[in-house]
Each structure stands twice: as structure tokens, then as C-alpha cells.
Design a protein around this ligand. Structure first.
Ligand SMILES: Cc1cc2nc3c(=O)[nH]c(=O)nc-3n(C[C@H](O)[C@H](O)[C@H](O)COP(=O)(O)OP(=O)(O)OC[C@H]3O[C@@H](n4cnc5c(N)ncnc54)[C@H](O)[C@@H]3O)c2cc1C
Length: 287
């Protein structure tokens, strides 16, 4: 029984504890501290007679999970996909690929979006957040990927065989990016996205324009929303939809913590993580 958990915040670590105590081999894949890193003083969580920082709480929680045999991998997850043989899941990180029988998404609240005029207006009408889902619709078209990191390169590689023209838009980041043949890099900042019914062009800060049929959002790292979308996990208002056992609509995939919405607090994340960890293990035992 191999359970992969994405995220080492309260939800991910709590899920790890319960899955591990239930007898599973557990790997937590995490890119580091989550929302807790910004919490200077926690006074409303059970069990501490003096306030402690979010960073301290996270560190102690991870150490406790390690003591029980939970394995932690520092990596940035770019996609979670069904395994090639149809059994279990394949978690694609920047550094490695991880395979498991069940996956728990605990990657925190959906990320903030860039405030470029037109980006939200054209969502679903030329603006996409999932190359695996939508690349096929852009066969032979001019496509751009908005982002400058590993996740953007990952999305660009998926689009490369389909697009006639593919440009990586770094939106002002001067980072030196190595791209495969067939991918152009544009460093200018975006002023706005224009079109009538669908996206038609990008206007840069200097007034220059570039015609595009589609823009794929991949700035920063993949968040819960992007990972869920690639797997076909149902979301409502950007939050992952779960049942009472924290199960999603995709068998074997669970979600917990801020990514499911509601009360964005540690206590709720810990409860949901526990429920997800238990449910994942009992589901795998029944197989
Ligand atoms: C400033 C601040 C103060 C707060 N104060 C309190 C408080 O006093 N009390 C309280 O109860 N709550 C507080 N909260 C809220 C609390 O921190 C969150 O509700 C809680 O951390 C949510 O836990 P989570 O596990 O769902 O997500 P997070 O803690 O955000 O953890 C998400 C995890 O996912 C990982 N991750 C994300 N994307 C990827 C990826 N692509 N690949 C690999 N890993 C990934 C992150 O690195 C992180 O480890 C505060 C939040 C903030 C921002």
C-alpha cells in the first residue's frame, strides 16, 4: 500500500500520520513550507500552553511524522496522472517521478492569479490552466505559456507537439531560460489580453502586439487547483469538491485542508487530513 501525499502543511502531515499508522508506506512530496510559514503566532490550536510560530509548528509536525516512518521528498509537483498501466498514480515532480496506489492532495489554498487585464475575462475562451487537458484544442495554432519556471517548461513541452508556434512569456522576468527547439522566449511584461469572443492578441507594456489563439497559465508552481484539473478532479469556485471521507470524484484521489475551502484554519486541515489518510488506507485494504 503506497500513499503519496502532496504538501507538508497541517493537512498533508496529518494525512501522513493516519495513513502511516494504518499500515501504508507514505511519501510526502513537498516544495517546502506552506501557509504556516507566514503565521507569526499561533494561539488557537489545541495543545500548546504558549503561542508558537507557524514555522515551529510545521517543523515539529514533520519531525513527529518522520519518527513514525513517513518519508519526505523535497520536490515541486507539476502533475499527477493515472499510472500508465491503469493501476494507481504517477506523480511528476521536477526532480523525480513517484508512484502510488492512492494520492492525497494537500497543497493548500488555490494560488492568487496575475492581475493582467483580460486574463480572467477570457478564462475558458483561450485562457487555460491545463496543458494536458486542452493541448489538443490548439493543434496548429499560435500558443503562449505564461510563466518562467519548471512548471511553465513542463506545460510548454506538452503543448510543443501540437502548437504551430509556441512562446514562453516570462512577463518581465529576465531569468535565463533554456527551452527546447521550437519554443520562443518573450521577456517583455504583459499589459493586457485582447479579443472579441476569444483571445486574439497579447499587448505588451511597450505597446507591441502578438497574435495568439491560446494562453496557458503556468506562473509559479502548480497549486491544488492545477493538479486537480489535470486529474479530472471536480472543483467548485476553485475549491476541490470532496465527500465525507475527503474522497474526490476520482477513485483513489483524496483532498484535505485549505484546498477544499471552508474554514482556512489548522484545526480543520488537521481533521480533513486525518479523514483522508484513514479513508485512503481503508480503500486500499478493500482492494
Ligand atoms: C499569515 C497567516 C497566519 C495564519 N494564522 C493562523 C492561526 O493563527 N491559526 C490557524 O488555525 N490558522 C492560521 N492560518 C491558516 C493556516 O496556516 C492554514 O489554514 C493551514 O496551513 C492550511 O493547511 P494546508 O495543509 O491545507 O495547506 P498549507 O499549510 O498551505 O500547506 C500546503 C503544502 O503544499 C505544498 N505544495 C503546494 N504546491 C505544491 C507543489 N506543486 N508541489 C509540492 N508541494 C506543494 C506546500 O509547499 C506546503 O507544504 C494562517 C495563515 C496565514 C497565511
Amino acid at each position: 500500500m503506497h500513499v503519496i501525499i502532496i504538501g507538508s502543511g497541517p493537512a498533508g502531515v496529518s494525512a501522513a500520520l493516519y495513513a502511516r499508522r494504518g499500515g501504508a508506506n507514505v511519501i510526502v512530496v513537498t516544495k517546502g513550507a506552506g501557509a504556516l510559514a507566514a503565521a507569526e503566532c499561533i494561539e488557537n490550536y489545541y495543545g500548546f500552553d504558549v503561542p508558537l510560530t507557524g514555522a515551529d509548528l510545521e517543523r515539529r509536525s514533520i519531525e513527529g511524522a518522520k519518527r513514525l516512518g513517513v518519508h519526505f521528498e523535497t520536490d515541486e509537483v507539476m502533475a499527477v496522472l493515472p499510472a500508465d498501466d491503469g493501476h494507481g498514480f504517477r506523480v511528476e515532480g521536477v526532480r523525480s517521478v513517484y508512484e502510488g496506489d492512492a494520492v492525497i492532495l494537500a497543497a493548500g489554498a488555490p494560488r492568487r492569479t496575475l492581475s493582467i487585464p483580460g486574463l480572467q475575462t477570457f478564462e475558458g475562451r483561450g485562457v487555460s490552466s491545463c496543458a494536458i487537458c486542452d493541448a489538443f484544442f490548439y493543434r496548429g495554432k499560435n500558443v503562449a505559456v505564461l510563466g518562467a519556471g519548471d512548471y511553465a517548461l513542463h506545460e510548454a513541452e506538452i503543448l510543443r507537439p501540437h502548437a504551430a508556434q509556441l512562446t514562453l512569456l516570462t512577463n518581465g522576468s529576465a531569468a535565463d531560460i533554456r527551452v527546447s527547439d521550437g519554443i520562443a522566449v518573450e521577456h517583455r511584461s504583459l499589459a493586457r489580453i485582447e479579443g472579441t469572443r476569444r483571445v486574439e492578441r497579447i499587448v505588451f507594456d511597450d505597446g507591441a502586439e502578438m497574435a495568439v489563439d491560446g494562453i496557458f497559465l503556468a506562473f509559479g508552481t502548480a497549486g491544488s487547483s492545477e493538479l486537480a484539473r489535470k486529474l479530472g478532479v471536480l472543483q467548485r469556485d476553485g475549491k476541490i469538491v470532496v465527500g465525507a471521507q475527503m474522497e474526490t470524484n476520482v477513485p483513489g484521489v483524496y483532498a484535505a485542508g485549505d484546498c477544499t475551502g471552508g474554514l482556512l484554519q489548522i484545526a480543520k486541515a488537521v481533521y480533513e487530513g486525518a479523514a483522508a489518510g484513514l479513508a485512503a488506507v481503508s480503500c486500499l485494504r478493500r482492494r
